[in-house]
Structures are given as structure tokens and as C-alpha cells.
Design a protein around this ligand. Structure first.
Ligand code: TRP
Length: 368
């Protein structure tokens, strides 16, 4: 068992392009983990099967967004030499593991998963009827994680219930069948802003349907439009001279997440740090327009190189294809290996060698 190795697995549903919320919440962290050199393997799973559990009538959307998500990964600096990118549906071991793990989980336990509960409400499944596949996706996620022997799973806070269920499945499996699976640990973003970057409108989270996202692939013009046209500031800060609030002011939330002291030297030299700028805003005398202009410069410092890199990759989709293909082939080997181990532990490896012939013969003898 490859217990002592440090293996990361994480993933995303390919349902759309990735945005700044994904960037601060997970992509940046992944690049840091990749560059730390502390891990033996890093796998990133494009969870198309999971995406299909609530997009059954729209397979095209999932197919199309595999390339978008891959381009977002590559353009933020995830390096195919250090990270294995793979596609869930093309790893049949995951399906088999899911089926076996389903016997270790009760419907009552699945019904208590708070993330799934919220998603059921949001998607209207409570009224229309709940697809079994959607209801059971935490089990398939446990298969994803354990199939790679991952011990570290960097995820958003909303994924903690999945990790909790995975750990329960691992513990139950190991108790019944002997120690076979690695117990994984979730790693969540350090601070509140990373955990939940609000949408530009101040709504809790960036979401495609609310139109409050800034995508990594947005043009400078769109970024400007989102910030200048839509970004929520302080409704009580009517005139520049009025005192303003920085708490709950999205411009400052984004600055908290993105701005560094060097940015002031470059774009707003009258302040030396964000705290000074905030003090001026609270005191009165600093206008929203100026703050937004600074924020746009700060965001562009992150976004411009990503956009540039994306443009290069977009011209070379053949290479993108080869990267996911070879990653998926490698992942297939690894996950098949785990499935084998699981089948052996569950005593369903009938055709591995002919030892079962002897076993059956002895059994029959004892029955006579
Ligand atoms: N549920 C995750 C999400 O919605 C995606 C996912 C699928 C995942 N399989 C995973 C995340 C395994 C971590 C590990 O973002």
C-alpha cells in the first residue's frame, strides 16, 4: 500500500469557464502546491461524470467545457510536467469503486449531506424528483479520491461534507475488508476572502447565473465593465467627502484578496499600503472611481499574464488534447491498480489466477 506517499487529488466539474473565485479559492493554491515540490503526485480530475448528474440533458455543455477548464488550468500555470490532468468518465475503475462503496453508505446518511441538500433545493430536485445519480455523487467522489490513494484533497469549504463521507467510507471499508484504502484529509483555503470571494454585486458567491463573475478569460474591457458598471461599494458613501465603509465594500474585499504593497508604488503612490488607503476612505475624501481604477490595475496584474498564456494555448489545442489524453491514460493505470486491490480485499478477484479452483474443490470435498 502506498500509504507513506504524499498524493494530492482535486477536481472540478466542467460546467463553465473558471473565474476569480476559483482562482483565489483554489487555482492559486494548486500552483503553490505544485511548486512546493512536497508531493509525489498531483492529480487534477475533470469531473465530467459528476457534472452529468445534474446536466443529463446537456452533454454538449460538459463536452465543450472540458477544453475551457483545461485552458484555465494551463493558463494559471499548472504544469503538465508536474500535474496529471485526467477525465473522470474515461476511468472505468471509478465507476466500479462507486458501485461497491454504495453498499457502505445509507440513504439516510446521504440525505444529511448539507452541500447536497442545498444543491437539491437550488436545482429544484425537491419538487421534480431527485435523480439517484445526483443523490449519490458524494459516493462517486469518494471513489475519485480513494482511487488515487490521495491523502491530501485541497478543496473549497463546501466540499468538507464530501470529505467527511469519504473518510467514513474508507474507515468502514478498511474495517470490513482489511486496511486497503488511504484515509484522506481536506485542505481548505486559509482565510475568509479566499474561501468565498463575493460576486462583483456583493452577492455571496460568484455564479454564472447571477452574471456577477469575472472570468479568467475575460477581456480587459469586460473586466472594466464588471468593476466600473457592477461592483458594489458603499451605498452610504454618496459624495467623495463623505466617510465610507470598507467592510462589505466589494472593491476593498477584492483589494484584500489581490493587492500587494508594490501595487501602490506602481499605481497609487500616495498610499504605501492598503490600510492607509482604507483609512482615507473611511475618513472621507477618497472616491469610488479612484478605488475602482486602482482595483482594475491590480486585477489586470493577475489577469494579463493568464490571458496571454491562454491565448497561446488556444492556438495549440492539439497539445491540450495530448496533455489530457496522456494524463488520463496514466490515471487509468493508477485507478485500475486500486480497483484490483479493492477486488482482492473484497474477495471478488475470481479470475486473477486459478487458486479458486483448489478452493472450490476443497469446498466440495467438505460438503460431501
Ligand atoms: N465536487 C467538486 C466540485 O463541485 C468536484 C470534484 C469531483 C472533486 N470529484 C472530486 C473535488 C474529487 C475534489 C476531489 O467542485
Amino acid at each position: 500500500m502506498s500509504n507513506e506517499r504524499n498524493i494530492i487529488l482535486t477536481g472540478d466539474r466542467p460546467t463553465g469557464r473558471l473565474h476569480l473565485g476559483h482562482y483565489v479559492g483554489s487555482l492559486k493554491r494548486r500552483v503553490d502546491l505544485q511548486d512546493s515540490g512536497d508531493f509525489d503526485e498531483i492529480y487534477i480530475l475533470i469531473a465530467d461524470d459528476q457534472a452529468l448528474t445534474d446536466n443529463v440533458d446537456n452533454p454538449r455543455k460538459i463536452r465543450d467545457n472540458i477544453v475551457n477548464v483545461m485552458l484555465d488550468y494551463l493558463s494559471v500555470g499548472l504544469d503538465p510536467d508536474k500535474v496529471t490532468f485526467c477525465v473522470q468518465s474515461q476511468l472505468p475503475a471509478l465507476h466500479a469503486l462507486t458501485f461497491y462503496y454504495m453498499n457502505l453508505v445509507t440513504t439516510a446518511r446521504l440525505s444529511r449531506n448539507p452541500t447536497v441538500k442545498a444543491e437539491i433545493q437550488m436545482r429544484g430536485f425537491a419538487d421534480e424528483g431527485l435523480p439517484v445519480g445526483f443523490f449519490a455523487y458524494p459516493v462517486s467522489q469518494a471513489a475519485d479520491i480513494t482511487a488515487f490513494d490521495a491523502n491530501i484533497v485541497p478543496v473549497g469549504e463546501d466540499q468538507l461534507p464530501m470529505l467527511e463521507q469519504t473518510r467514513e467510507i474508507v474507515e468502514k471499508f478498511n474495517r470490513i475488508y482489511g486496511k486497503t484504502l488511504v484515509l484522506p484529509k481536506a485542505v481548505i483555503p486559509e482565510n475568509e476572502t479566499q474561501r468565498r470571494l463575493p460576486g462583483v454585486d456583493g452577492k455571496a458567491k460568484m455564479s454564472k447565473s447571477l452574471g456577477n463573475c469575472i472570468y479568467l478569460s475575460d477581456t480587459p474591457k469586460t473586466v472594466k465593465k464588471q468593476v466600473n458598471g457592477k461592483m458594489f461599494t458603499d451605498p452610504t458613501h454618496l459624495r467623495i467627502e463623505d466617510p465610507g465603509h470598507t467592510e462589505g465594500n466589494v472593491v476593498f474585499t477584492y483589494l484584500d484578496a489581490f493587492c500587494q504593497d508594490e501595487d501602490f508604488v506602481e499605481f497609487l503612490p500616495e498610499y504605501s499600503c492598503l490600510e492607509e488607503m482604507k483609512e482615507h476612505y473611511r475618513r472621507g475624501g477618497l472616491g469610488d472611481g479612484k478605488c475602482k481604477k486602482f482595483l482594475i490595475n491590480v486585477l489586470e496584474k493577475t489577469l494579463a499574464p493568464i490571458r496571454e498564456s491562454r491565448a497561446k494555448w488556444e492556438k495549440d489545442i492539439d497539445s491540450v488534447y495530448d496533455i489530457i489524453l496522456s494524463g488520463t491514460n496514466k490515471a487509468r493505470e493508477v485507478t485500475n491498480g486500486t480497483l484490483h486491490r479493492v477486488e482482492r480485499a473484497m474477495q471478488i478477484n475470481y479470475f486473477e489466477d486459478r487458486t479458486i479452483v483448489k478452493e472450490w474443490e476443497n469446498l466440495l470435498k467438505s460438503q460431501h
